[in-house]
Design a binder for this molecule. Structure first.
Ligand SMILES: O=C(O)CCC(=O)N[C@@H](CCC(=O)O)C(=O)O
Ligand SMILES: [Zn+2]
Length: 337
């Protein structure tokens, strides 16, 4: 039984709250398993199976709709047979109530609740969902052989415009080496700017990187807009790269040339400690804007954040976050180890 049809696709049915538990069906190309609300696993029939297990998530923030539309279209094409599948994949639509109400989150920012942080916000509906998404990722990768590459791309769009329109966030990987083939793949997806995180985080990509051994990235693919208001032509690079990857048509050379990647590393987080927090950046200041030496970036009761050295830039400035949360990241240029 294929519960999908052109007018009732994965996203439509999920937004309507229609997720038949444990629905499984076959197409000529693949085995589909609807694991739960917004969770769909697709496995190509053995003859086509290649050595990649890939988690594709989107909608961890409900108002970041362009990648949700793109991933839904890819799923539709995989199920109809228009796009061949060569990898085992898990597709995750993250925060469904937030998608339904067009908001970043309902109770609490879900991308601050992974890797155990959900236990600190037991009342938030996003905490329960973060547990489900952790379990879905862990179960998906639990059957991945140790030598099989594991990838996770968590697809987002940003609140502000950006000097560099598309960028990737590489979670902190402790003593592992950064994966140059992955950076080359990102270049092929028109994602030419990468931020290297410098410490653990409670994000979905940190969780799958650290707990599931995946090459995991948060991808920021443009500016967040409501459903139906996206110019999807601006997302053509990631759409094409994902389709080629899933179809087994992407060949990345060993030791590729990644000199075109613009690299930054996180220097420190600006934290909103109290209701007195003031951000000294206008609403139209874009991500990656340079911070002149000596400028006061933000102030709170007992702390002043002052730019140092002239090479620093600002990422994700947001004075509206909850108290105790990150209200921006100060970043600086980096090179690979
Ligand atoms: O535009 C913004 O201010 C936030 C965009 C966004 O959702 N970014 C992610 C980045 C996650 C990471 O640091 O890996 C987030 O804030 O959760
Ligand atoms: Zn986001």
């Amino acid at each position: 039984m294929n519960p999908f049809a052109p007018a009732r696709d994965f996203l439509d049915l999920t937004l309507q709250g229609l997720s038949p538990a444990h629905a499984q069906w076959q197409t000529p190309a693949l085995q589909a398993h609807w694991l739960g609300h917004g969770l769909l696993e697709l496995t190509p029939h053995a003859a086509n199976l290649q050595q990649e297990h890939i988690l594709l998530s989107t909608g961890v923030h409900g108002n970041e709709t362009a990648p949700i539309e793109i991933l839904n279209s890819i799923v539709g094409d995989l199920l109809s047979g228009a796009l061949p599948l060569a990898c085992r994949i898990l597709v995750v639509l993250g925060n469904i109530p937030a998608m339904q109400s067009g908001k970043r989150f309902v109770d609490y920012d879900m991308n601050r609740l992974f890797d155990g942080a959900h236990a600190k916000q037991p009342e938030a509906q996003e905490a329960r969902r973060a547990v489900e998404l952790e379990q879905a990722a862990s179960a998906f990768f639990a059957v991945t052989p140790a030598t099989t590459p594991r990838r996770h791309y968590d697809l987002h769009t940003a609140i502000r415009g950006s000097v560099f329109e598309r960028f990737a966030i590489y979670p902190f990987i402790h003593d592992r080496a950064h994966n140059r083939e992955q950076l080359a793949w990102l270049l092929g997806a028109d994602v030419d700017t990468v931020l290297l995180h410098s410490k653990p985080a409670a994000t979905y990509s940190y969780y799958t990187s650290e707990r599931c051994g995946a090459d995991a990235f948060t991808l920021e693919l443009g500016k967040a807009r409501p459903f139906g208001q996206n110019d999807l032509s601006r997302f053509a690079g990631i759409d094409r790269a994902l389709r080629e990857l899933l179809a087994g048509q992407c060949a990345v050379a060993a030791n590729p040339d990644i000199s075109a990647v613009r690299l930054f590393k996180a220097k420190y987080d600006i934290v909103k400690h109290s209701g007195d927090f003031v951000l000294h950046l206008a609403d139209d200041v874009e991500n990656f804007t340079a911070l002149p030496h000596g400028m006061t970036i933000a102030e709170d009761v007992e702390v002043r954040y002052v730019a140092d050295g002239g090479e620093e830039r600002i990422l994700f400035p947001n004075p509206k976050v909850g108290i105790g949360l990150r209200a921006g990241i100060v970043i600086e240029p980096a090179t690979l180890d």
